[in-house]
Each structure stands twice: as C-alpha cells, then as structure tokens.
Design a protein around this ligand. Structure first.
Ligand SMILES: Cc1cc2nc3c(=O)[nH]c(=O)nc-3n(C[C@H](O)[C@H](O)[C@H](O)COP(=O)(O)OP(=O)(O)OC[C@H]3O[C@@H](n4cnc5c(N)ncnc54)[C@H](O)[C@@H]3O)c2cc1C
Length: 377
C-alpha cells in the first residue's frame, strides 16, 4: 500500500477536518470528510486566526481568498466595560510581530474558503457518525442514515461535543466552568459609540448569571442580558442590543486526555482538547494539530499509521494542554471582581513585556518548521 492508497476518513467538516484534508492533500494523500449537517453553514460568530495558524493558510495559497473577506486588527485593547476607559493598548499587528497575518473572519467565510479548497466532492454531507467498530486494521463507521464506510484511519474532528470522543472515552465528560456566553455579530455601522472599531477589544466586567441543567445551550429571554448590563458604556449596550440572542451557551471544559487514539481512531481539535474562548486559540491549535498529524502520517509512510499516531500524540499533548490551561487562567483573570487582584491584572495587561510573555510562545509557534514546499494540487 502506498501513502496515497491509505484510506483516511475525517469526521466533521469544521476547522480541523477541513485543514487536515488540506494538509494531507499537500502531502499527496486524499481524505474523505463526513459531515453531520446537510449543508455547510457555520453561523453566529467570527473567529480570529493568529500567526500559528495563518502561516499555513499562506502556505496553502489561500492568503488572497482570506484577504478578501477578513481584516487584520491594528491593535489589541482592553477597556473597562462600565465607563470604557482604556486599561491597556498594544499597537502591534500579528504580521508585524509574528510574521504571518491575523485574520478576523466570519466563521461561514472561513468554512467556505477551506471547503472550496478541499473540493466539495470530498465532503459527504448528512453523514452523522453514531458508532465505529474495528477489525484488524480496518475501521467501519456507522452513520445515522443507516449507511457505513470503511477506512484505514478515522479522525474524529467533530468538535467540542464530539461523539467520537464520547465513543472512545465511554462518557460525555464535559464540566461546566461556571460561565456562559451569548454569541453574535454586529455590523460596525450599528456601533456609533464604539471607539477604535478596527481593533480587537475586550470590554471587561463581571456579571453573574446562574446556569441550570446539563445542556450546552439554553433558550435566552431576549431582554435578560439588557437588564444585566443596564448603565454600562453605550458601546456595550449597542453591542448587545443589535443582535437577537435566542440562546445562551454554557462554557464547558473537558478533562485533558492522556490517550488520543483507540486503535485506528484518533481525535483532533476541540474533540481532543476543547478550550474556553478567552485566549482565542481553539481554531489555531486545531490547525496546528492538522498540520502535525499530516506530517506524522507522511513521515511514518505506508503501513506506519500506528507509529504516526504515537508521534502525533507525543508532539501535541503537552502544547495543547498548556494552551488549554492558559485559556482557563485567562478566563479567570478577565472575570476578577473589582479589588487588588483586578488592579494588579490591569497593570499586567498594560505591560508590553508581560503581554509578550503571555502570547509569544503561542503565536510565534511553527508546528511544521522543516516543511519543504510541494505543489498544492
Ligand atoms: C463564539 C466562538 C468564538 C471563537 N473564537 C475563536 C477565535 O477567535 N480563535 C480561535 O482560534 N478559536 C475560536 N473559537 C474556537 C474554535 O471555533 C474551535 O476551537 C474550532 O472551531 C475547533 O475546530 P474543530 O474542527 O475541532 O471543531 P468545529 O469547527 O466545531 O467542527 C466540528 C464539525 O463536526 C461536525 N460534527 C459534529 N458531530 C458530528 C457527527 N456526529 N458526525 C459528523 N460530523 C459531526 C460539526 O457539524 C462541525 O462541522 C471560537 C469558538 C466559539 C464558539
């Protein structure tokens, strides 16, 4: 069997599944993607791709397509959510400091560009995995529509609510972090009070909302968040008034796994290591996973899948656990109530050296430094 004959089934056409297909293609391996939804339609929010992911977007020749629908923030600003005063401002761009552009992009645009590059003939829609079984070196995947597929390797890139992980771990092991969020998009013309709209901004403050039940989302009373933020800065009120929030999202965490594979089934992205969003890194380290897994498979060569999975896990476990932990710490720090700890935090955020210490090891990372350029098919 040659590397190109290896049958790879990717579960999920999200950031991880699509970028893995691209990273494999670059290495001469075509994969099949099985996606639960009947159409590709990521909705509801934007995502920021930092240099640790965008360096590969550039390498795959997708930079121009991204530039048409994304923008690179000119600064990172932290403000007090109540009166809007600037706590910290850093006027460095992603490309200026880390050598690859930052892309602020709508999730639907991101998915569209990646899917077009993969090729829609490789993406099988309406295929929701319900179980898998293994015999020898072959995996059989069962779908909800009663069909099945066989592969030499199955990659569970099915997101934070991963069924593949659940099948592997034997349980839904999510843990509620004590925080929840609303997701929405607002056109900048609806934010007349927002200063510096071309930047990334955190408007900081603490409001407590209880969470009941075990679901990932709950119905939101369209007025409840407005009451909570009464009296806050007009830009905050504009941000939360413009979209209709009909769901509130639990921010859950997953315990770190010590083993990412079960035979010929392996996890990637949020399925392996979901973060909370406060470090803006979930998609970025998912792209890193994709690049590393493709390289490991290529290096191990035909017949070397088992070695490749060991190598992939060895290279990803420590870094993803570190970024995962950093996202939890950042969430805690950004939600400190007024007091000495919050004052110390504000001082740290304003320090360029401190910020570089927090961000450089994440953003400057190159998951594939020794890649030799090959023609993108
Ligand atoms: C509001 C919000 C903002 C974010 N902002 C950022 C940011 O700024 N920067 C950043 O780096 N990250 C960000 N993230 C995190 C980022 O979106 C995720 O980490 C990233 O999408 C993970 O990629 P993934 O491929 O693992 O999962 P996903 O992108 O979620 O893709 C999973 C795919 O699997 C499919 N699927 C699910 N179950 C099945 C099944 N049973 N069978 C078949 N298919 C299935 C889903 O339909 C989906 O298409 C944000 C997340 C949220 C929610």
């Amino acid at each position: 069997m040659s590397a190109t004959d290896t049958r790879i089934a990717i579960i999920g056409a999200g950031v991880g599944g699509l970028t893995l297909a691209l990273a494999l293609r670059e290495r001469g391996i075509d994969a099949e993607i099985y996606e639960r939804t009947h159409e590709l339609r990521e909705v509801g929010a934007a995502v920021y791709l930092a240099a640790n992911a965008s360096r590969f977007i550039e390498r795959w020749g997708l930079g121009p397509a991204f530039s048409e629908v994304s923008w690179e923030p000119t600064a990172l600003i932290y403000r007090d959510g109540r009166d809007g005063h600037v706590i910290a401002r850093h006027d460095e761009t992603e490309s200026g400091r880390y050598g690859a552009p930052g892309h602020g992009i709508h999730r639907a645009d991101l998915q569209q560009i990646l899917a077009d590059a993969v090729g829609h003939d490789r993406i099988h829609l309406g295929k929701e995995i319900t179980s898998y079984s293994q015999e020898g070196d072959e995996v059989t995947i069962q779908f909800a529509d009663g069909t099945n597929a066989q592969a030499d390797l199955v990659v569970g890139a099915d997101g934070a609510r991963s069924i593949v992980r659940e099948l592997m771990v034997g349980d839904d092991d999510k843990i509620y972090t004590g925080r929840s969020g609303f997701r929405g998009l607002v056109h900048v013309k609806d934010l007349p009070s927002l200063p510096d709209p071309e930047t990334i901004q955190f408007w900081i403050g603490v409001k407590r909302m209880p969470w009941e039940g075990d679901d990932w989302t709950v119905a939101a009373d369209p007025e409840e968040h407005l009451k909570l933020f009464e009296g806050w800065h007009p830009a905050v009120i504009e941000m939360i008034s413009a979209p209709t929030f009909d769901r509130r999202w639990a921010l859950n965490r997953r315990p770190a796994l010590s083993q990412w594979s079960d035979g010929r089934v392996v996890l990637l992205g949020d399925a392996a290591h979901a973060l909370v969003p406060h470090h803006g890194q979930g998609a970025n380290i998912t792209v890193e996973d994709a690049v590393v897994l493709a390289r490991c498979l290529c290096e191990a060569g035909p017949g070397g899948i088992d070695d490749a999975l060991v190598s992939y896990q060895d290279q990803r476990l420590e870094r993803t656990a570190r970024v995962q932990k950093a996202s939890y710490v950042t969430a805690d720090v950004l939600h400190l109530p007024d007091g000495p700890e919050a004052t110390e935090r504000n001082g740290n955020l304003a320090s360029t050296d401190w910020m570089h210490g927090q961000l450089d090891w994440i953003h400057s990372y190159n998951a594939d430094p020794n890649f030799e350029k090959v023609t993108f098919a």
